[in-house]
Design a protein around this ligand. Structure first.
Ligand SMILES: CCCCCCCCCCCCC[C@H](O)CC(=O)SCCNC(=O)CCNC(=O)[C@H](O)C(C)(C)COP(=O)(O)OP(=O)(O)OC[C@H]1O[C@@H](n2cnc3c(N)ncnc32)[C@H](O)[C@@H]1OP(=O)(O)O
Ligand code: NAD
Length: 310
């Protein structure tokens, strides 16, 4: 019988793999950006976390504090004092700012995790390209947009790539490192090394829609919604089936609620527009209905399931 072992990784700065990147600026302090800032700080790097308002930054720091405590509880279960030090030291490495241009002036790496909108991402990178030092690498955490398209507005195309993290960032072990058509070997190597330094297992992918994980995950979730929409099985049974029959930690409809049905719809619409003949990306009436009703999943308290506020 196959044996499984739970691996608890040590993120402390002393044991972290060395990286040429010392100063990281993370733009967007939402779900993903706050996680990326957290794992960078855990690895001993100096982080500047940028968002549009101080309120958003305060929310991000609060959530990072909570999640660092969850990590510390596991890593230092026999030494709570060390755990507290780990949390405080990591938090102490995260500065916050609302001016992205200013915050990128001292960055070795800028990781963008703002809204999934090509126009907004273009505006940001165009601005940063004019002010960031010439050695600074730019990366996007986009889920579904093309890295080449995002990079089209900057001059430093050789220093631009994709760093696609997974939600929740402190827990999910994978990082997809995406090579755009003009990403240099030196940039790619630095991104891989940096990914390892923040505790992730890195895989490499070309700039293809959805990279590896979402290219497989999107059709899977879409098919689960269609199965449910046709009334072939209940939401609960579809999720139980994939958890117990395929060993997934969450069922597809739970995962769609967790990611957000608006995000799911946004990705699907974008790909449908780009690939109109692909049946798998055709709009799903039930998904349209839930989003129109504001039932976006966990974040609004209802999606395929109902959620209580904690
Ligand atoms: C729908 C229309 C069609 C289009 C569909 C498109 C959808 C696909 C595209 C999605 C969009 C973008 C997606 C993105 O680009 C890529 C992704 O990120 S995909 C999502 C990947 N993530 C997953 O698949 C998550 C799977 N789930 C899990 O691994 C687990 O369920 C969980 C989230 C870790 C939670 O585990 P549970 O056991 O259920 O719950 P617990 O709360 O007990 O947590 C377990 C363990 O983990 C610790 N923990 C949890 N969260 C955090 C955190 N944020 N920080 C630190 N630690 C955390 C927690 O403390 C527990 O620790 P323990 O108690 O075990 O010590
Ligand atoms: N949610 C996921 O599961 C997931 C997983 C992997 C990748 N992604 C990608 O990561 C990116 C962020 O997603 P998220 O889920 O964290 O979104 P989110 O909505 O939780 O956070 C986005 C944050 O960016 C801020 N922001 C928007 N415009 C900004 C700007 N110009 N400057 C600074 N901050 C700005 C917002 O105020 C918000 O706090 C998207 O590209 C998304 O596709 C998401």
């Amino acid at each position: 019988m196959m044996q499984f072992k739970v691996i608890v990784r040590n993120f402390s700065s002393s044991s972290a793999m060395q990286s040429a990147i010392k100063n990281v600026t993370v733009i967007g302090g939402g779900l993903m950006g706050s996680g990326i800032a957290q794992v960078s700080a855990q690895a001993g790097q100096n982080v500047t976390l940028v968002d549009v308002s101080n309120d958003a930054l305060a929310k991000a720091k609060k959530s990072i504090g909570t999640n660092l405590s969850r990590v510390a509880k596991k890593m230092y279960k026999d030494n709570p004092q060390e755990g507290e030090k780990f949390v405080n030291d990591s938090l102490g490495r995260i500065n916050t700012a609302t001016d992205a241009a200013e915050a990128s002036k001292s960055a070795d790496l800028v990781v963008e995790a703002i809204v999934e909108n090509i126009g907004v991402k273009h505006k940001l990178f165009k601005q940063l390209d004019g002010v960031a030092p010439s050695h600074t690498i730019f990366a996007s955490n986009t889920s579904s947009l093309s890295i080449n398209e995002i990079a089209s507005v900057v001059k430093r195309k050789d220093k631009f790539g994709g760093l696609h993290f997974f939600n929740p960032v402190p827990v999910m072990r994978l990082l997809e490192v995406v090579k755009g058509s003009e990403t240099s070997e030196a940039t790619y190597k630095t991104m891989m090394e940096w990914g390892k330094s923040v505790g992730k297992t890195c895989i490499t992918c070309k700039d293809t829609p959805g990279f590896v994980v979402n290219r497989l995950l999107v059709p899977y979730i879409c098919e689960a919604i269609r199965l449910y929409e046709r009334g072939d099985a209940s939401a609960r049974d579809i999720d139980i089936a994939m958890k117990l029959g395929a060993g997934y930690p969450m069922g597809p409809l739970e995962l769609a609620d967790y990611v957000g049905l608006d995000t799911n719809k946004f990705i699907l619409d974008g790909w449908h527009k780009k690939f109109p003949d692909q049946q798998l990306f055709k709009p799903i009436p039930l998904l349209e209905k839930l989003v129109a009703e504001g039932k976006l999943g966990v974040k609004t308290g209802e999606g395929f399931y109902k959620y209580e506020k904690k």
